[in-house]
Design a protein around this ligand. Structure first.
Ligand SMILES: Cc1cc2nc3c(=O)[nH]c(=O)nc-3n(C[C@H](O)[C@H](O)[C@H](O)COP(=O)(O)OP(=O)(O)OC[C@H]3O[C@@H](n4cnc5c(N)ncnc54)[C@H](O)[C@@H]3O)c2cc1C
Length: 387
């Protein structure tokens, strides 16, 4: 089977990783998968699953214990992301919360901000999101128009965000806004905004072609008063912070993609070994074998590169270009693998009851979000021609 031929992955080989893997698998199998249908109908997961993940120490895994995290290194986050990908779990936006919002606070937050939000985040009692994209701009983030006007002890925020992961369930969002509009100091700043505040509204979760249990939605701000103490990092430095932190976000998308590809191949080996045509298993046809051999080869190549990237990220050395290569290449590979695998399921591959169908629908967005793959190539190319 697949595990017999893939190289041992040293980054996940310790006893602690094995124990964590077992725990994650039980959690997914017993507590997540049985709820998928219900969550897909509701367009969102339950708050209980967030709190359960918090109880198990699966949120904010690499955050220091003094803020309620598990104090482990990033490879444990990576393991969790891959395991979720393998089983096509796309409802709870755990990774966005753990791997994007928490590091923003940890790196750029004041002690007061960290104490207020991080322990609640680690417990899953405070769900978070990040609001960058707006109806009129996604790739070109400098063009955002949500504004924050300085009113002395607070900012007055007006504008709108869209396609926000965890948007409907979030209690807090890190929101990119324009400050000092029309002056020489005009720039992007980041504000920590609580969804219970007056003037902060949410749209209903979007109906998407995949990730149906994920509460992706719009956020609206109508004269929201944000205390000055909720500025994250320095005023006008938001764009730089986002560009620095996007490397980690891109790696997490790539990790989910290789987990997804592995899950798809495993599923397909199992299915084609039992389904028969012309009096033999589908797996006996050379076409099936060659297709799966190609998929397994691509998976292994990407695992090797991503293991290196994971290690570099843990050491704070992952470059924007390598993260972009990982995101672009792994998500393209994942799409190809899932497409080939679905074909080998025949008509059943098109049926929602089969995980391969969900994998097919879910994976498509990975080439679009966290920066489109075209933008990834732009960033890589920029590095190539930098003096
Ligand atoms: C399910 C989902 C979840 C999301 N979650 C979040 C979230 O939590 N927070 C958040 O802020 N955003 C989120 N997004 C938004 C996502 O990051 C954006 O959709 C993405 O960055 C692309 O922006 P856009 O949709 O505005 O596309 P556009 O920027 O309008 O791009 C349209 C097309 O033009 C191409 N293009 C644009 N510029 C160039 C260029 N210079 N060269 C070549 N081609 C170019 C793009 O690659 C794309 O193919 C999410 C999106 C989805 C679908």
């Amino acid at each position: 089977m697949l595990q017999n031929i893939l190289l041992t992955r040293e980054i996940y080989a310790s006893e602690e990783h094995n124990m964590m893997r077992e725990m994650i698998r039980d959690f997914i199998h017993n507590e997540i998968l049985p709820q998928t249908d219900k969550w897909e109908k509701n367009g969102m997961v339950s708050r209980e699953i967030w709190e359960r993940a918090g109880e198990l120490g699966l949120l904010c895994i690499d955050m220091p214990e003094k803020y309620g995290g598990s104090g482990l290194d990033f490879s444990f986050n990576a393991l969790f992301i891959e395991e979720l990908g393998k089983k096509a779990v796309s409802g709870p936006g755990f990774s966005l919360h753990t791997d994007i919002v928490a590091p923003y606070l940890l790196k750029y937050g004041t002690e007061e901000q960290k104490q207020k939000y991080l322990p609640q985040m680690a417990l899953g009692k405070l769900i978070t999101s990040i609001g960058m994209t707006e109806p009129n701009c996604g790739s070109d983030l400098r063009a955002i128009t949500t504004s924050a006007v300085d009113k002395g002890d607070h900012y007055l925020v007006n504008g709108q965000k869209t396609f926000i992961t965890n948007g409907f369930m979030c209690d807090m969002s890190i929101v990119a806004v324009k400050t000092n509009v029309g002056t020489e100091e005009e720039g992007v700043s980041l504000l920590i905004m609580e969804s219970a505040w007056d003037g902060f509204d949410k749209g209903v979760p979007f109906k998407k072609i995949g990730m149906k249990a994920q509460d992706t939605c719009e956020l609206f701000f109508d004269n929201v008063k944000v205390p000055k103490g909720n500025l994250l990092g320095k005023e006008g430095k938001g764009f730089k912070i986002m560009m620095t932190e996007l490397a980690r976000e891109r790696l997490t998308v790539a990790l989910n993609a290789i987990g997804g590809a592995e899950g798809a191949i495993e599923n397909t080996i199992e299915y084609t070994s039992t389904r028969t045509a012309f009096k033999q298993p589908i797996a006996a046809f050379q076409n099936t074998q060659f297709k799966l051999a190609e998929c397994a080869t691509q998976l292994q190549l990407h695992q090797a590169f991503l293991d290196r990237c994971t290690q570099l990220l843990s050491e704070d050395k992952l470059t924007a270009e390598s993260a972009s290569m990982a995101k672009y290449s792994a998500t393209e590979m994942h799409s190809r693998v899932v497409d080939e695998c679905l074909q080998l399921f025949g008509g059943y591959g098109y049926m929602w009851d089969y995980p391969i169908a969900r994998m097919y629908a879910d994976n498509r967005v990975a080439r679009i979000y966290a920066g489109t793959n075209e933008i990834m190539k732009l960033l890589i190319a920029r590095g190539l021609f930098r003096e």
